[in-house]
Design a protein around this ligand. Structure first.
Ligand code: AP5
Length: 280
């Protein structure tokens, strides 16, 4: 799990940090991930002892209370590139708090708040909702104690340079920025076939990920912006902004081939996250 506490014994001889090398498939272009500069090992002086091992030199062994820092992950990609689908799989395995800007906005719309009414005007046109609505909404969710304690998975945010800069100013820095790459013709097909289960929140696709039972099939809903016409506008907005956001997270970006099956996409992400955890 992302966050854990363990008591371990380590040999005192310190090894220099080894350069990062990826055992993951070549479709994942992993960046050089920085090793954490801050050490989470607090030496327990009282448990320091010399343990004589038979037939071997004496090693000084110390107890180390290691509190692993929670993961902080961003996931980005064009509309219907599979962000939400991968977030389901990532949170299931890594127990991170999933914060999706689009879901927060849809919740405001469903609650018929002033922010929700304003947001819908922009979402209908496939445009970005203004920062004064989105920035505080996401920042507040990030600052919740559960996000701080378990770590977070930020989905669909930041989507513009101004949002990325605002996060930086709040001191929010991710460990990894996942970019899902999917060709445009696949994206349109995924959008029009997407359906949502209002009871479980699970994402389905009529062709690629059909509902398990007729009961679920009967209650599926479609998002108001999931039409071919609207996805073209959403794609335009994405292409206009993605480069500027990427420029801020270049060193920690991992590009993932999102055009393969959801299990294969997850395998790439899982490999990157496991490696990241080892360095934390
Ligand atoms: P948002 O809700 O974030 O929508 P989006 O970015 O357009 O992304 P989607 O949710 O459509 O797709 P996804 O990548 O999650 O794909 P999914 O996993 O569902 O934003 C909506 C609007 O809110 C924006 O247009 C904007 O107006 C506003 N907004 C949001 N964030 C904002 C921000 N930061 N600032 C300002 N405004 C903001 O998958 C799609 C379908 O494909 C599903 O049916 C799924 O089953 C299927 N599928 C997924 N993976 C695979 C696979 N590997 N193979 C086959 N099928 C797959």
């Amino acid at each position: 799990m992302a966050s854990c506490c363990s008591l371990s014994f380590v040999a005192v001889s310190s090894k220099p940090n080894k350069p990062y090398s990826s055992p993951i498939s070549s479709s994942v272009q992993l960046p050089i991930l920085p090793f954490s500069k801050s050490s989470n090992h607090s030496l327990l002086q009282t448990q320091c002892s010399k343990i004589p091992l038979p037939n071997s030199p004496t090693f000084l062994v110390v107890g180390s209370a290691k509190k692993q820092e929670p993961l902080r992950i961003m996931i980005s990609g064009a509309p219907a590139s599979g962000k939400g689908t991968q977030c389901e799989l990532i949170t299931k395995k890594y127990d991170l708090v999933h914060i999706a800007a689009g879901d927060l906005l849809r919740a405001e719309i469903a609650a018929d708040t002033e922010n929700g009414r304003r947001a819908k005007e922009y979402m209908d046109k496939g445009q970005l909702v203004p920062d004064e609505i989105v920035v505080t909404m996401v920042k507040d969710r990030l600052m919740h104690p559960d996000s701080q304690e378990k770590g977070w998975l930020l989905d669909g945010y930041p989507r513009s340079l101004s949002q990325a800069v605002a996060l930086k100013e709040f001191g929010v820095q991710p460990d990894l920025f996942i970019l899902l790459e999917v060709p445009e013709e696949i994206l349109v097909d995924r959008v029009v076939g997407r359906r949502l289960d209002p009871v479980t929140g699970k994402i389905y696709h009529l062709k690629y990920s059909p509902p398990e039972t007729e009961e679920i099939a009967a209650r599926l809903t479609q998002r108001f912006d999931d039409t071919e016409e609207k996805v073209k506008l959403r794609l335009q907005t994405h292409y206009q902004n993605v480069e500027s956001v990427l420029s801020l997270y270049q060193d920690i970006t991992v590009q993932v081939d999102g055009s393969v099956s959801k299990e294969e996409v997850f395998a790439q992400i899982d490999g990157a996250l496991s490696q990241l955890l080892e360095t934390k």
